[in-house]
Design a protein around this ligand. Structure first.
Ligand code: FAD
Ligand code: SF4
Length: 470
């Protein structure tokens, strides 16, 4: 008699394989990375969860279209070098993206596994592939393409500029990046703190660009020393990726007191200028005992967690809506809570009070959440007479940023919208000025690393088409 065997279905592990983390009580007083990432064993185990879909939605959802199933399959089969090579076909910054991309809204959001279980931990696997290469493989310089003889300038070395440079250098263009600060990396360097993104990861990934022959000129403020119009006299095309790093304030009394910082200034002082090691380093920062950070986004979480690490005994988030509307990534909020951050919700600052020129308190008013606004969140409305004082000695505002007007105002024929962001053709990144392209936060307003990289990549393709006379 013929035996009919039931086909065995592979059992899916419903949850992501966890990655180890530094203990919250220890990490609140150091700048070492919070997540320790996967080991070879845990990475392979997580990679086994991927179904290797024939029409993978995870690729579509990624702004740079990382070949997710292919690189995960390589990890699953222990071909770690091949995994990183696959990612690098489209992504110069895998170590960065694996750490800071909001995967829960992108690739992982559309992972088929997520319909029933937790999605595949694509970000953690990407980080594993990048870190393993850094640990074990010698930096390899791939063969450079034949030179086109044409030169492209890039203004700004954030993710949009770096990714544009990567594509163009790979196509044989001579690329020069002009960067205002003394080190390249943009927000990756001066904004996102070491405990989320170690600077050595950024430095290594930027170095691979230099290895491809890209020149990076630092301390070059375009709009002051040289203009885009001047650059265009020497170059065949130009990409502007200057970001949106111009701080926005609340416009309330007391914001000019000592001890009030914008989140960008505070983070730049600590991250880039190493203010926590003053006087060994030249830049000081006020190390408050009670620090209030106004805002509920990722930038606010970075600022408040940094304040804890430089010695705040009480670090408070002040947010005008409830926990439900808080825009920061869930993971960041969870980490902040573990580290002892206090969340004061449904309140809004009305003035900052000082003593002898320094912050001594912040006055807030309680808010009621009413009907939905155009963003789909409940509109906060002040409750009359509910004002109260909170003693604090540092206030950090993380209520958004604007476009820096330096480049836009010094470039002829560049069109900007009413908020100062450059207007481009969406498909190509082309501005109104011939040969000049733009992308990243200077076009969209503050967004994400990967969307800035996607814009840089798209503009590079258009520049290539333009320089080939199409
Ligand atoms: P930027 O990264 O801002 O880089 C612009 C560069 O241009 C800078 O280096 C600047 O110095 C340079 N520049 C400016 N003006 C000039 C000039 N006139 N001449 C020469 N150079 C100039 N996104 C995520 O996806 N995940 C996160 O976890 C995350 N966390 C964040 C945390 C903080 C604190 C901040 C501020 C942002 C965060 N973001 C995060 C957002 C993300 O970093 C940005 O969307 C992204 O960096 C934008 O890239 P960009 O290339 O457009 O600009
Ligand atoms: Fe793997 Fe999820 Fe992508 Fe399918 S959608 S290939 S399961 S990561």
């Amino acid at each position: 008699m013929k035996m009919v065997r039931k086909k065995q279905k592979a059992k899916i592990i419903p949850h992501k394989v966890p990655a180890e983390e530094q203990n919250p009580m220890e990490r609140r007083s150091n700048f070492k990375e919070v997540s320790l990432g996967y080991t070879e064993v845990t990475a392979v185990k997580e990679a086994m969860r991927c179904l290797n879909c024939s029409r993978p939605q995870c690729i579509e959802r990624c702004p740079v279209h990382v070949p997710v199933p292919q690189f995960i399959r390589a990890i699953k089969e222990g071909r770690f070098k091949e995994a990183i090579d696959k990612i690098k076909e489209v992504n110069l910054l895998p170590g960065v993206c694996g750490r800071v991309c909001p995967q829960e809204d992108q690739c992982e959001k559309s992972c088929i596994l997520g319909k029933k279980y937790e999605p595949v931990a694509i970000g953690r696997l990407e980080r594993f592939a990048a870190d393993r290469e850094m640990q074990y493989c010698r930096r390899s310089v791939s063969e450079l393409p034949v030179s086109t003889g044409k030169k492209v300038a890039i203004v700004g070395s954030g993710p949009s500029g770096l990714s544009c440079a990567y594509e163009l250098a790979g196509l044989g263009y001579k690329v020069t990046i002009f960067e205002a600060l003394h080190e390249p990396g943009g927000v990756l360097l001066y904004g996102i703190p070491e405990f989320r993104l170690p600077k050595k990861i950024v430095a290594r990934e930027v170095q691979s660009l230099r290895d491809m022959g890209v020149e990076i000129i630092t301390n070059a403020v375009v709009g002051k020393l040289v203009t885009v119009d001047g650059i265009m006299e020497d170059f065949d095309a130009c990409f502007i990726g200057t970001g949106a790093g111009f701080p926005r304030f609340m416009g309330i009394e007391g914001e000019n007191l000592n001890g009030v910082y914008s989140a960008n200034e505070f983070l730049t002082r600590v991250n880039l200028m190493r203010a926590y090691e003053f006087p060994e380093y030249d830049t000081p920062v006020k190390k408050g005992n009670r620090v209030a950070v106004v805002g509920g986004g990722n930038v606010a979480m970075d600022a408040v967690r940094t304040a804890i690490r430089i010695g705040a005994k009480d670090a408070i988030i002040i947010y005008r809506r409830s926990m439900f509307e808080l825009p920061a990534r869930e993971e960041e909020v969870h980490h902040a809570r573990e580290e002892g951050v206090r969340f004061e919700l449904c309140i809004k600052p009305v003035r900052i009070i000082g003593r002898d020129g320094w912050v001594s308190a912040i006055e807030c008013i309680r808010m009621d959440l009413c009907e939905m606004d155009e963003s789909g969140r409940r509109r906060p409305r002040p409750i009359k007479g509910s004002e109260f004082l909170m003693p604090v000695d540092v206030v950090i505002t993380a209520v958004g940023t604007n476009a820096n007007p330096l480049v836009t105002q010094s470039t002829e024929l560049l069109s900007v919208n009413k908020r100062g962001y450059i207007i481009v053709d969406e498909e190509t990144g082309r501005t109104g000025t011939r040969g000049v392209y733009a992308g990243g936060d200077i076009v969209t307003g503050s967004a994400t690393v990967i969307s800035a990289m996607g814009a840089g990549r798209k503009a590079a393709k258009s520049i290539h088409t333009y320089l080939n006379g199409d």
